[in-house]
Design a protein around this ligand. Structure first.
Ligand code: FMN
Length: 285
């Protein structure tokens, strides 16, 4: 800092300069308004800024504002528009998670029915360190079958030859009846398993007869008694169902902090209540 600035700073904090300018602006605009009858709105504006500066210096919540009255608000304004600034001016087309601008553009183009083709190859830096790709093998192999399976429960009463590709857990309730019907029909046709999700086995799971993995979560849906506890009898009814090939016990789920998903009362229809053995129209926790 220059010496003269240091000296000045001892008498009047230089960081208050903008606030001071507002004060000068107020005096000038007041003079013009009183003398010539114009610029009344400027008087109000500068008065507001001077008042704002006063409030900034009195508050103890934001040190930026206390140290830099009035102009310190720029920091919050810039912070507010930071995502837009990054997105429009700074961010690369292939940056950003979970989806880059390029990936999003592709989705928008396809949704609008516009052409999504870009000539002249990829825009990715395929020479960059860490870039991954899959090469065609120059020594092709012959696979005996594309029906990849693994035997689960070998030597047990009901082993199951499970496909490596199945339908992951999505409850009836989070998905509609038609979705469950369609997924289960697909499981039947493709000879793979359909995980019921926490919501247990609904009547729609049984229409097409696709293999089921019955998921039991913390709500014990499908095997709970009226008080919400575990009901052995109800459990064994579903467990013995030949369509139920495996039982999955879900202890917890990262995306659902606490003890699992909540289905709000208005969504607990009669069908859902029937599948889960819970009260209809009551929050299902
Ligand atoms: C609509 C919906 C409902 C879901 N319900 C359950 C559920 O009841 N139990 C469970 O373990 N996972 C549930 N999941 C999580 C999925 O089984 C899966 O793990 C998750 O969607 C991640 O896989 P993805 O990346 O292929 O979507 C649900 C997911 C969705 C989208």
């Amino acid at each position: 800092m220059f010496d003269w600035l240091k000296k000045l700073d001892q008498h009047f904090p230089v960081r208050y300069s903008f606030w001071l300018l507002c004060g000068i602006g107020f005096m000038l605009s007041l003079f013009v308004w009183v003398g010539f009858g114009i610029g009344g709105w400027l008087v109000l504006l500068f008065l507001f800024l001077v008042g704002l500066g006063f409030r900034d210096t009195q508050q103890a919540r934001h040190s930026v504002l206390r140290n830099y009255p009035v102009i310190g608000h720029l920091r919050f304004l810039l912070e507010f528009i930071r995502p837009e600034m990054r997105q429009y001016f700074i961010e690369g087309d292939n940056e950003a998670a979970p989806f880059s601008r390029q990936q999003r553009s592709l989705v928008y183009q396809r949704a609008k029915g516009d052409s999504d083709k870009r000539p002249f190859g990829t825009q990715m830096d395929v020479g960059a360190v860490g870039y991954e790709w899959i090469n065609h093998s120059i020594q092709p192999t012959v696979l005996a079958s594309h029906d990849f399976r693994v035997l689960i429960g070998a030597g047990r009463a009901q082993p199951y030859s499970a496909s490596l590709f199945n339908i992951s857990a999505m409850s009836f309730g989070s998905l509609s009846a038609n979705a469950i019907l369609a997924l289960n029909a697909g499981a039947k046709r493709g000879n793979f398993a359909h995980d019921t999700g926490e919501g247990s086995i609904s009547r729609h799971h049984r229409v097409n007869g696709g293999d089921l993995i019955w998921e039991i979560g913390s709500g014990y849906f499908g095997c709970c008694n009226e008080k919400g506890g575990f009901d052995e009898e109800r459990f064994s009814v579903n467990a013995r169902d030949p369509q139920v090939k495996m039982i999955e016990v879900k202890l917890s789920q990262g995306a659902k902090p606490g003890h699992g998903g909540v289905l709000p009362g208005p969504k607990v229809t009669l069908e859902i209540a029937e599948a889960r053995h819970v009260q209809p129209w009551v929050d299902c926790i």
